[in-house]
Design a binder for this molecule. Structure first.
Ligand code: SF4
Length: 381
């Protein structure tokens, strides 16, 4: 098998990363959509080869954890059979494409994302974390999601290409969107962008043709659990669902034809009919006011070797007591959330540092707390 990926790299299915609980295999479903058959197959493969848990990421990918080294190849074969990964390892590595989840067949988002997928071989080799957002609906929906190159809508209705970290983008003529995106990716590499790793950190002057003059339209999009034009949206606590719960849900809700992933730990079930039964609240969030929708927590200890603290049980108990956004991170890397949160707990040497209105690792208001002290501070003891 290929060499395992060391930390700092962005793993994919062909290049899994060794974590504390076994290999981590990332799956990037085409257009962020899985059919019923793919979901059931994925659940079975996760149970058979992984730890039985499926994690959705902030890039609308899925992760299977706890994969044994001697199971990896069988898992890959299952994912290939399901059409969830590409046989071409280079194409799979480059398919870091976030797609506006409300796309419809034949619309601009669908057309442009499909063209990008068809032309992945024209992209240069990019740093592992560099990704694309195809966000060509009526107004932008992905502005809070991580991407280095965005195709999105301007207030005028025209599509623009906007590099991350720049406020304005370049207007695009219909049919030229991917030509320009590939050209900008090549400029990024040619101008030394690989050294900075991400577009937002790359401060080289843009080429004249890409010096943006047009602002994206303001985004008013906010996805919540509940009815959705495509069916029903369901929240996933901390982005996780067990393979057992997923299979049980699909076997009950036979009208669900497919599921779309989003960067917000909310999945959109495509269904023409109402759900027959209320999903189990232990598995899915159906209440838009649930505090777990305002809570981020990485997998923490013991699953992640970087973590020295447990994260999700604490986050679960703390969430109802926190006003605003809560982020509990196993270490200062902050995988679960890059942006600041109202309350941030960062694991360090087996204890937690507490900060307010801060990113992980920010100077704490109180340092070296244990879980009991934190729960007491927030009245959750
Ligand atoms: S933030 Fe969490 S998941 Fe990421 S490396 Fe640190 S402990 Fe691991």
């Amino acid at each position: 098998m290929t060499a395992f990926v060391v930390k700092g790299w962005c793993p994919d299915a062909w290049r899994p990363m060794m974590a504390g609980d076994g290999l981590l295999v990332r799956v990037r479903p085409p257009l962020g959509r899985l059919t019923r058959a793919q979901l059931l197959g994925l659940a079975e493969a996760t149970t058979r080869h992984g730890n039985g848990q499926i994690d959705a990421t902030t890039r609308a990918n899925l992760q299977i954890r706890g994969v044994r080294e001697d199971s990896w190849r069988a898992l890959i074969d299952a994912l290939l059979d399901l059409g969830l990964i590409d046989r071409d390892q280079t194409r799979e590595a480059r398919a870091n494409i976030l797609v506006a989840p409300d796309w419809r067949a034949g619309d601009d988002t669908h057309r442009i994302a499909e063209e990008l997928r068809a032309r992945l071989s024209e992209l240069p080799d990019l740093p592992g974390k560099v990704g694309f957002a195809i966000d060509a609906g009526v107004t932008p929906t992905l502005q809070d999601a991580p991407a280095d190159f965005r195709i999105e809508r301007a207030a005028s209705g025209q599509l623009i290409l906007r590099p991350d970290g720049r406020e304005r983008g370049t207007p695009l003529s219909p049919g030229t969107e991917i030509d320009h995106l590939i050209a900008l990716a090549r400029w990024f590499v040619g101008s030394g962008g690989a050294a900075s790793g991400r577009m937002a950190r790359h401060d080289a002057p843009l080429p004249d043709w890409a010096a943006g003059i047009t602002s994206p339209a303001p985004s008013v999009y906010r996805l919540q659990p509940g009815l959705h034009p495509l069916g029903v949206a369901l929240g996933l606590p901390f982005g996780r669902v067990s393979a057992t719960a997923l299979s049980r849900f699909l076997e009950t809700e036979t009208a669900v034809e497919a599921v779309r992933l989003t960067p917000w730990h909310i999945a959109i079930c495509e269904t023409a009919a109402k759900l027959r039964v209320q999903p189990d609240p232990a598995d899915f969030i159906t209440d838009p006011s649930s505090p777990l929708l305002r809570t981020d927590a990485c997998v923490g200890a013991p699953a992640c070797p970087q973590a020295t603290v447990e994260t999700r049980s604490l986050a679960h108990r703390l969430a109802p007591q926190v006003t605003g956004r809560l982020h509990v991170s196993g270490c200062a890397k902050g995988c679960a959330r890059a942006a600041p949160a109202d309350v941030t707990l960062t694991g360090r040497d087996g204890r937690y540092d507490l900060a307010f209105d801060a990113r992980v690792g920010a100077p704490p208001s109180r340092a070296g707390l244990d879980a009991a002290q934190i729960l007491a501070q927030f009245g959750a003891a």
